[in-house]
Design a binder for this molecule. Sequence first.
Ligand code: URA
Length: 212
Amino acid sequence: MSEVRSLFDQATRAPKALTFEEAEHQANVCTKCRLHASRTQVVFGEGNLQSSVIFIGEGPGEVEDATGRPFVGPAGQKLTEILESAGIARESVYIGNMVKCRPPGNRAPQKDEIETCWPYLEAQIRRIKPKIVVALGNVPAQYLLKTTEGITTLRGRFFPWRDGIEIYCMFHPSYLLRNPSREPGSPKYLTWQDIKRLKERLDGLQRSAKSE
Ligand code: URA
């Protein structure tokens, strides 16, 4: 097994810029935080590396840990359904998580775990160069936007981030599984509006790229 080199610059403590391939390789053998001890498989991420949008969840759940693929359990099926409802094929986007190993009992990843894992996500974002990063739920939304505002306030809004990238926040699909009502104003109802808004934005980006 190859050695995992330090993910942080020794002098500045800034995350080292890994290539996508280095990040995938290092993540697969990573023992940098406590989450490695209970994982079955590392869940690096999957999808279209040319996509203009990345969806980011919290961390792998049970089915993801068993298969090594992001969002393939019940929450993943819900995410796929949400995407398809707006005419977005799952294969056309990139899907990942804040942490690449399953937090025990599906608890939320802790701040130090997210920070330790960040260079892998950073490498994914640098490689894919998305126009939009979709934060699914409080964990990615609050970490990426450096805010304590909750997802109910943040959802459905585009926030300028860095390198011309916008953060778009949506409810986590697991939250919709726990709140199945479709009544106007319900999380599910709002999510269907949010995904349509995202699709309109993506279509607009595609139109302007074509006319350039
Ligand atoms: N929940 C997440 O946040 N990510 C997954 O990959 C699966 C469930």
